[in-house]
Design a protein around this ligand. Structure first.
Ligand SMILES: NC(=O)c1ccc[n+]([C@@H]2O[C@H](COP(=O)([O-])OP(=O)(O)OC[C@H]3O[C@@H](n4cnc5c(N)ncnc54)[C@H](O)[C@@H]3O)[C@@H](O)[C@H]2O)c1
Length: 390
């Protein structure tokens, strides 16, 4: 159980790019990073509008002279301070991730970057190479992968409780954008504009989440090839899709499917993953995150509850409040930020042994997500044909 115990004897000096006062995701980054005192927020370029960013930074308690007008000034001026930031989180629209991430690594900072990491596999691999050359961590915020029941599923699958893995069935399909809400909502507007999101909307914005849940639960499973069909039900969104279906074949003969949608009317989130083996299945749904369904063929269904002593050590390690109380998005993100801090510290100390055996959504998870989106778009635009993943 985490119980507020600090994983490090220090707190990393931390800044943010984006995540300003009007942003959707800025607060969850801050609440996750600050929860276990693993990070101290000292600086930022919080907003595309410099003045708004300064006012917002001040309202968070960041010193006025460390609320910068843009990320270039942030990185340059913080590098000149003896107490400058060591790590930065990037919570800006997708088109900016590559340049900001690259500049941060070049400035000697560890990075936590929003998904998708960037637009092309070539860019993603460039960031991975730079992070290695600079010995700096890139963590990617696939938030729910930090939930303890995802770790529980990983343990049960590794233990062989499901038998041979045959099918992975995933979805992230909500209904919030069933109409052209982007006309009135700036946070949605950039999401359906290729200038800001590159080649895809829901594939990059939504599907990469359950895709990484699958990668977390099934680290050995590798995608061999995939086929994607994508649609723009709100016509003005074309060529970007607001709905897509993806079929996958894995290298061990298993198959997968992923449905991502922003037009699934009535659905709140619909992020689900069901892993089916030759003996049993596991199913997890982000709208009921405290329960993991374990279904053994021929037996009554078992609902495994978060925080209970019968869970695997790997899951209990991430527990914050014991069984019975709900834990969800905030706690899962806090678990990720806690892990990012440990990885950053290990990297600073050159502790390769720790890093080799330490799980967190790292730059390679970011690369896979970008490559997967790229392949899906390639497949869909060729008329839903099979394309090799590598
Ligand atoms: N991991 C998740 O679960 C999750 C959830 C939502 C959003 N996201 C990702 O987070 C990122 C931001 O999404 P959002 O919904 O918060 O967007 P948003 O439009 O609501 O907010 C973006 C913020 O970034 C600021 N900004 C834009 N360009 C900037 C720049 N060049 N420098 C500094 N600040 C800048 C804006 O002023 C705003 O404060 C996206 O990449 C999105 O895909 C991830």
């Amino acid at each position: 159980m985490i119980n507020g115990i600090k994983p490090l004897d220090r707190s990393l000096r931390w800044g943010m790019v984006g995540g300003g006062g009007t942003s959707q995701i800025g607060y969850i980054h801050r609440s996750a990073a600050l929860r276990d005192n693993t990070f101290t927020l000292l600086a930022g370029a919080f907003d595309i509008d410099a003045e708004r960013g300064r006012t917002f930074g001040a309202s968070l308690g960041v010193a006025g002279d460390r609320c910068y007008p843009d990320y270039q000034t942030l990185f340059q001026q913080e590098a000149e301070r003896v107490d400058g930031i060591e790590a930065v989180s990037i919570a800006t629209p997708n088109n900016t991730h590559f340049a900001i991430c690259k500049a941060a690594l070049e400035a000697g900072l560890h990075v936590v970057c929003e998904k998708p990491l960037c637009f092309t596999t070539a860019e993603a691999k460039e960031l991975a190479a730079l992070s290695e050359a600079k010995s700096k961590i890139i963590g990617v915020t696939y938030g729910y992968s930090g939930h303890q029941l995802i770790q529980q599923a990983r343990s049960m699958i590794a233990e062989g409780l499901l038998g041979e893995i045959r099918i992975v069935n995933m979805s992230f399909s909500h209904g919030f954008h069933n109409e052209a809400v982007e006309l009135a909502n700036p946070s949605t507007r950039w999401r359906v504009d290729p200038k800001f999101v590159g080649p895809s909307y829901v594939l990059g914005d939504l599907a990469t989440h359950p895709l990484f849940l699958a990668e977390t639960m099934l680290p050995e499973l590798k995608i061999k090839r995939l086929m994607c069909s994508r649609q723009s039900f709100v016509k003005t969104r074309a060529p970007l899709e607001d709905n897509a279906f993806v079929l996958m074949e894995y290298d061990n003969g298993a198959v997968g499917s992923l449905w991502c949608s922003a037009v699934n009317c009535g659905s709140m989130h619909g992020q689900k993953i069901r892993v089916i083996g030759s003996k049993a299945s596991l199913e997890w749904w982000d709208e009921q995150p405290n329960q993991l369904r374990y279904e053994v063929q021929g037996e009554p269904v078992q609902i495994l509850e978060r925080g209970m002593g019968y869970l695997a050590p790997r899951a209990l390690e991430e527990d914050r409040i014991g069984g019975g109380h709900p834990e969800g998005l905030f706690e899962a993100w806090s678990n990720l930020y806690r892990r990012f801090a440990v990885a950053m510290d290990a990297s600073d100390r050159g502790d390769k042994a720790l890093l080799e055996n330490f799980w967190y959504p790292d730059v390679h998870a970011g690369v896979t997500g970008v490559q997967w989106v790229e392949r899906c778009v390639e497949s869909a635009d060729a008329g839903a044909t099979w394309v090799d993943f590598e």
